[in-house]
Design a binder for this molecule. Structure first.
Ligand SMILES: CC(C)(COP(=O)(O)OP(=O)(O)OC[C@H]1O[C@@H](n2cnc3c(N)ncnc32)[C@H](O)[C@@H]1OP(=O)(O)O)[C@@H](O)C(=O)NCCC(=O)NCCS
Length: 341
């Protein structure tokens, strides 16, 4: 018999974690590689330095550290996790998935695991997937990770791209809420594949022996910076407004904007278009550069640990990037750090 009495489970975020590698590359370091300088990079992007992997660090090792951080924050054991979703465009292998590698690394023996690719919008897409699994009752506890190792896919002779990115990993634990309150208030997601060529890392050349190697198109970030800039400032404010409408809120109901940390000029433009105040907008890309799918967690966690983001704060987390993809999640923050006495 059909069950018509279908109701959704409430969802909340209970944990956050991050991992940023130790090796720092400053603007001055990059100026030794290409014709650029700190003033140009800072004024065009807001970035002063970025962190990159070294030694045997990988996407999986960074994601696993972020995962453990988030599990400890939430007071959840790895074997309680039902599903691991890893948002990444730059995994260590095409398969197995980073999610399966993390599952083994952290001992999440009861979890299903898969990767998704939505570039720098990956965390927002992943949040929506995770919450839907919990809302429908399929799973109770989901570990969502965002990790990217851009330093391995940059042409360090190309000054318009190598200045932008840093490596890192971020993690969220989503759970069925125990008190009936739903904290993922809405999610807005979009894609426009017709503009895919504006930002891409092509697979070709030596990795595809059946086609002629194309030395001019190596597997590096290819980007039309101006188009990506125009795209971000035109679509993201609309997405934030639509997500707020979906949550039944107006811009006055928003406490904080946690944007993807791509470029300070893009972030300022979004802030101006929405009429937000500077202290409502979370940005730390000066220290870490654009850490892609990790950037929202990397920025959010800093402000949670220093006490700026408090219980019941309403936040818009927005992402944009290759695909092209973009989207916004409206989230009420209620997680308490279980490590604190
Ligand atoms: C990349 C970006 C900073 C370039 O800034 P811009 O003002 O658009 O600069 P342009 O590409 O028009 O280049 C202007 C000049 O600066 C030069 N230039 C580019 N990078 C430079 C650098 N690092 N240092 C010095 N000069 C640089 C260009 O060669 C060009 O010189 P020319 O006029 O002699 O040809 C900017 O387009 C941007 O941030 N776009 C968004 C990128 C992004 O966020 N991508 C990730 C999204 S997830």
């Amino acid at each position: 018999m059909m069950n018509d009495n279908f109701s959704f489970n409430p969802v909340t975020i209970t944990g956050i974690g991050r991992y940023i590698p130790e090796t720092v590359i400053t603007n001055e370091d990059i100026a030794k590689l290409v014709d650029t300088n700190d003033e140009w990079i800072t004024s065009r992007t807001g970035i002063k330095q970025r962190r990159v992997v070294s030694g045997n660090q990988t996407a999986t090792s960074m994601a696993s550290k972020a995962a453990i951080d988030a599990l400890e924050f939430a007071g959840v054991k790895a074997d309680e996790i039902d599903l691991i979703i890893v948002a990444t465009s730059l995994p260590d292998s095409l398969y197995p998935s980073t999610a399966c590698e993390v599952q083994a690394e952290i001992g999440a023996v009861n979890a299903a695991a898969f990767n998704i690719v939505a570039a720098c919008t990956g965390l927002v897409y992943g949040l929506n997937i995770a919450r839907n699994f919990i809302m429908t009752g399929t799973y109770k506890k989901v570990l969502l990770l965002g990790v990217d190792v851009h330093s391995r896919f940059l042409d360090w002779n190309e000054r318009s791209t190598c200045i932008l990115f840093g490596d890192g990993a971020g993690a969220l634990i989503l759970e069925q809420s125990s008190d009936g309150r739903n904290d993922i208030l809405s999610v807005d997601m979009h894609a426009n594949g017709e503009k895919a060529g504006e930002l891409s890392i092509p697979l070709n050349g030596k990795n595809c022996p059946l086609v002629e190697p194309n030395e001019t198109k190596q597997q590096y970030v290819n980007m039309n910076g101006k188009e990506i800039y125009k795209f971000a400032v035109s679509v993201v404010p609309r997405s934030i407004k639509d997500a707020l409408i979906g949550a039944g809120l107006s811009i006055e109901g928003l406490d904080y904007l946690i944007p993807h940390q791509a470029n300070m000029r893009i972030i300022s433009s979004i802030m101006d278009r929405l009429g937000l105040k500077e202290d409502q907008v979370i940005a730390n890309l000066d220290k870490y550069g654009n850490t892609s799918t990790a950037s929202i967690c990397v920025a959010l966690m800093e402000e949670i640990l220093n006490g700026k983001i408090k219980q019941d704060s309403i936040m818009a987390m927005c992402g944009f990037g290759a695909g092209l993809t973009w989207g916004t999640a409206i989230v009420r923050w209620r997680a308490k750090d279980k490590r604190k006495k």
